[in-house]
Design a protein around this ligand. Sequence first.
Ligand code: AMP
Length: 212
Amino acid sequence: MRLIMLGAPGAGKGTQAKKLSDKYNIPKISTGDILREAVQQGTELGIKARTFMDSGQLVPDDVVIGIVEDRLKWDDCRNGWILDGFPRTLQQAYALDRMLERIKMSVDYVFNLEVDEDEIIKRLSGRRSCESCQTAYHIHFNLPKKKGICNSCGGRLIQRSDDREETVSERLKVYKERTEPLINYYMEQGLLKKIDSNEDINKIFEKICSYM
Ligand code: AMP
């Protein structure tokens, strides 16, 4: 099964992708997670990506396309994958199409998580994530068992630097300009499934699973 999660920042792509990954035993590939890890480790990629990420801009297409191209070659991708946060521009979507064409594979579904804008702001401002494994939580909607501590790995929960108010409005603007056109792109290919995502995490998950 090969799936793409689309939606604005804070729509819940990562949370749903993680649940799908656990249920269907296929990897969740998040370009955001890969980039944040690189930033944390101070690698060449991280140094290059950091300024874009901190200002709410997209990292250049060639960089993220390269990341995904490498990652899809791993053994664990044999039975499928879930892309979370990629593609984010039409150029990236075309590049993904070319990669898949080469290996004679196709995408099964593109889930567009639709959330009202005021709900998005609420979600982003309360979002916390694990410093070590990046699992996402929320101070109202998705609490960890122990305050400030990750359920999965015991890591410390922090607020992402790009979830601050100033950066959030820039990220939403960039989303509208660069990523929203992908909705039409995948609709025209008959792959898009719209998921009303103004509800709680489990209800959204049920809706997604009803397609599988
Ligand atoms: P995310 O965790 O998906 O919200 O991504 C965090 C940040 O990483 C974004 O605001 C971008 O700066 C960068 N990023 C992640 N995925 C992509 C992508 N597919 N294309 C360009 N930049 C990306």
